[in-house]
Design a binder for this molecule. Structure first.
Ligand SMILES: N[C@H](CCC[C@H](N)C(=O)O)C(=O)O
Length: 259
């Protein structure tokens, strides 16, 4: 099969994007894993199909580099909005379906702003937290993210009994209250990625929840670039809402590959 794809990245978290509005791409896990392979294929953290949706601008299907369909991808969600604009499907604003529900998005001059799902359950164990921002995230606060062996320490937590077969993404988070730095070990990539949108969102909410910051609009420095998280806290309902993830969504190249 000859596949026409577009390569995008959001702060270094990179994706193979495919226009599947005609729903002709019946890709197997093996084919997706091959396409995402850094040596034998195109190379990417994930693969995203853009499909038609009856009541919304489009639908997003996300697959990790291991070839398996997974939960929400925040950076991929921002990249698919830029991709939809490149295809002429949307202009400045849009609304699309993803595995965790509906997402609104706005094109910015320097990227995309994506609304994330509300978060009303945060599990706290000392300086470690768990929350789901569209994907599951373990948060561990550290003094200096540059000193963490993310691939070793991240794999230990990701594969621990704590999260069973499903596992979790693992984020090492450092904050001075004014901004956040994080590094993420991503489930389904099984390695550190240069950014993780749902992880960045989780790190911002967790920092606020643990009173490590009072800001409700905060910059998050990932290895591959900077993102911003805006949110509101509802004390009566104990939930975070009106959560927006902003950051770059770059088109890199377009090509064909035999698969
Ligand atoms: N690897 C994640 C999905 C992609 C998350 C990440 N790329 C993002 O930008 O949110 C998981 O299986 O839970």
């Amino acid at each position: 099969m000859k596949i026409h794809f577009y390569k995008y990245h959001g702060a270094g978290n990179d994706f193979i994007m495919i226009d599947d509005r005609n729903q002709t791409h019946q890709l197997t896990s093996e084919q997706i894993s091959f396409l995402c392979h850094r040596r034998f294929g195109v190379g990417a953290d994930g693969l995203i199909l853009l499909q038609n949706a009856e009541q919304y601008d489009f639908k997003m299907l996300y697959f990790n580099a291991d070839g398996k369909e997974s939960t929400m991808c925040g950076n991929g969600g921002r990249c698919i909005v830029a991709f939809a604009q490149q295809l002429g499907i949307v202009s400045k604003q849009c609304q699309f379906e993803a595995i965790d529900g509906l997402h609104k998005a706005t094109m910015l001059t320097d990227g995309v702003k994506l609304e994330m799902q509300n978060v009303n359950a945060i599990v706290v164990n000392d300086n470690q937290l768990f929350l789901d921002t569209g994907s599951p995230h373990h948060i561990l606060f550290v003094d200096d993210v540059s000193l963490v062996d993310v691939n070793v320490e991240g794999a230990k937590i990701r594969n621990s009994a704590l999260y069973g077969k499903a596992g979790s993404n693992v984020n090492f988070v450092e904050t001075d209250g004014n901004s956040i730095a994080l590094r993420t070990y991503e489930r389904g990539v099984e390695a550190e990625t240069l950014a993780c949108g749902t992880g960045v969102t989780a790190a911002a909410l967790a920092s606020h929840h643990q009173a490590k910051t009072k800001l409700t609009s905060i910059e998050v420095k990932a290895q591959g670039g900077n993102l911003k998280v805006d949110f509101k806290w509802d004390e009566s309902q104990k939930k975070y809402y009106d959560i927006w993830l902003s950051g770059p969504a770059k088109f890199v190249f377009e090509a064909y590959i035999q698969c």
